[in-house]
Design a binder for this molecule. Structure first.
Ligand code: FES
Length: 58
């Protein structure tokens, strides 16, 4: 059986696109639910942090 690796792609506008098994937690260690593919905000403009909401485009 082939194991699934986690892939993190650094996008030009600051996003980090995440694909594969990963546990996302906040600063207190609480798990943050997410789908199988998601993008983290790296530009600090998102109003839905830690996720990218597309605000980096504006
Ligand atoms: S990277 Fe910050 S809103 Fe998309």
């Amino acid at each position: 059986m082939e194991s699934e690796n986690t892939k993190i792609t650094v996008k030009p506008n600051g996003q980090f696109a995440i694909q594969g098994p990963v546990t996302l937690v906040d600063i207190e260690g609480n798990e943050i639910k997410h789908g199988p593919r998601f993008a983290l905000c790296g530009c600090s403009k998102s109003s839905n942090k830690p996720f990218c909401d597309g605000s980096h485009k504006g």
